[in-house]
Design a protein around this ligand. Structure first.
Ligand SMILES: Nc1nc2c(c(=O)[nH]1)N[C@H]1C(S)=C(S)[C@@H](COP(=O)(O)O)O[C@H]1N2
Ligand SMILES: [Mo]
Length: 301
């Protein structure tokens, strides 16, 4: 699987990288012991991915609720109160209601996942997330038989989120997944980065990460999760429907109407940084292609 790490080295000089290598060497044995299934394969391939530095990941962000500049979230997101935090899980579930973040953190098993993040704007990073599988949270609430989709909503607080005072998009930011995408073992809720609590600019206290889709699907600072039988509206589709579809799977063969998606700029200085080829499903093709069998990916963009 050498192609997966072609050109992905970004920087080998950061202290967190050394911590990461040491920790990985300790865990190496466990990874060799026959992990099976999609998440297991992806975790084994984590080995080949060198994450971006803490500074790359926390200073270069898209979080329009705090401004549209890449540095705005790092500057402004400290205004967001993340404790206490409640997530409403409702719709077609057996146990609808308010789930406190404290309760979620107590119940879920946190693990590390090193994933590529590919923004639709054609830049990319590799992020060592900490979090849990979304499926575990959905199973806690009890998904009912007729549910087909999962809708997500970000907090909307005009007093704490200066970007929401301007009609950049129709706030609150909303996103959605098909139920099988949401239940896929690669789909996680991230609550940390590099073993530390996730910074506000990255979506504290809990944000979605769907590594085979463009970054905007990975909605931040979630306050509501709704199980439904209807395809939910999504923020960028509502804003520019001809440019951003519901699926938004990373696909180097389907260009954005205004730019090519064939290559991406690797964020972060360093010897090997530059442009690299974008991979089908962002490199997770073996794990997720079967979800879209028989589907026209140009039509369902
Ligand atoms: N609520 C919300 N979630 C969001 C966004 C946003 O503007 N608001 N930006 C998205 C985009 S375009 C990307 S690329 C990723 C960026 O995540 P990062 O800043 O942690 O790298 O977050 C996504 N989630
Ligand atoms: Mo993005």
């Amino acid at each position: 699987m050498a192609y997966r790490w072609k050109n992905t080295l970004t920087r080998a000089d950061a202290t967190p990288y050394e911590e990461y290598v040491n920790r990985r060497q300790l865990m190496g044995g466990a990874i060799g012991l026959g992990l099976v299934g999609a998440a297991g394969m992806a975790r084994a391939e984590d080995e080949a991915l060198v994450p971006n530095s803490w500074d790359d990941i926390t200073q270069y962000n898209n979080f329009y609720e705090f401004g549209t500049g890449k540095g705005d979230p790092a500057k402004n997101a400290h205004m967001l109160t993340t404790e206490p935090w409640t997530v409403v899980i409702d719709g077609m579930v057996d146990a609808p209601g308010d789930y406190s973040m404290a309760q979620i953190m107590e119940t879920m098993t946190i693990e590390e996942r090193i994933y590529r993040l590919r923004c639709v704007e054609a830049w990319s990073m590799v992020v060592p997330w900490n979090g849990f599988e979304l499926a575990d949270l959905l199973n806690l609430a009890g998904v009912q038989g007729g549910a087909k989709y999962v809708a997500f909503e970000t907090a909307l607080r005009k007093d704490e989120m200066p970007g929401t005072r301007y009609p950049v998009i129709d706030w609150p930011y909303v996103e959605g997944l098909r139920l099988d995408e949401a239940m896929h073992p690669l789909t996680i809720m991230a609550t940390g980065i590099y073993g530390k609590p996730i910074p506000n600019q990255n979506g504290a206290p809990m944000r979605l990460v769907v590594p085979w889709k463009y970054g905007f699907k990975s909605i931040k600072s979630i306050v509501r999760i709704t199980l439904t039988d209807q395809e939910p509206p999504t923020a960028w589709n509502k804003a520019l429907g001809h440019e951003y579809g519901f699926y938004s799977n990373v696909n180097p063969n389907v260009d954005h109407p205004r730019w090519s998606q064939a290559t991406e700029r690797v964020v972060g200085g360093g010897l090997f940084a530059g442009r690299q080829d974008t991979l089908m499903f962002n490199g997770y093709e073996d794990e997720v292609a079967s979800l879209y069998e028989g589907m026209d990916l140009r039509e369902n963009f």
